[in-house]
Design a protein around this ligand. Structure first.
Ligand SMILES: [Fe+2]
Length: 154
């Protein structure tokens, strides 16, 4: 726990981070399954692009979870508990490549918005460390969303 934040701040910011962690975990796994299952004439470039994205999101999960611990809270103990907190939707099967790109584009923008919201909550409590972490997440997600959008252009 920090020495400069209130106990309410620790709890509320950690809760917002856990919500974000749930959606980010879902988006991580969705991106990785798309990396495995994508097919079509753009297979290799999409396979590689999805790989870059899921690697970055995977690293972010650790950073977010460890910030929760630094704020004195525990992370959800298992996937079931974690995914109950998610608001984004799981993927369905048999998607073609353009649909995968569209879904990730929407999910990344939704997750970026969530990152901004978590950052704003943290900022309202004076937790600049969490705000900075979330700005970094949003920066990556908005760049990734642009790259997905650019790959949809005919
Ligand atoms: Fe792989």
């Amino acid at each position: 726990m920090t020495t400069y934040l209130s106990s309410e701040a620790h709890q509320k910011v950690a809760l917002a981070l856990k919500d974000y962690l749930a959606d980010a975990t879902l988006v991580y796994f969705k991106t990785h399954t798309f990396h495995w299952n994508v097919e079509g004439p753009h297979f290799y470039s999409l396979h590689l692009m999805f790989e870059k994205f899921y690697e970055t999101i995977w690293e972010s999960l650790d950073e977010i979870a460890e910030r929760v611990r630094a704020l004195g809270e525990k992370t959800p103990p298992n996937l079931e508990a974690l995914l109950k907190m998610a608001s984004l939707k799981e993927s369905v099967t048999n998607l073609d490549a353009p649909k995968m790109v569209t879904i990730l584009h929407e999910d990344y923008l939704a997750l970026a918005k969530k990152a901004h919201e978590v950052g704003a909550i943290a900022e309202s409590f004076g937790d600049q460390v969490t705000t900075d972490i979330m700005t970094e997440k949003a920066t990556f997600l908005e760049k990734a969303a642009w790259m997905l959008q650019a790959s949809m252009t005919k």
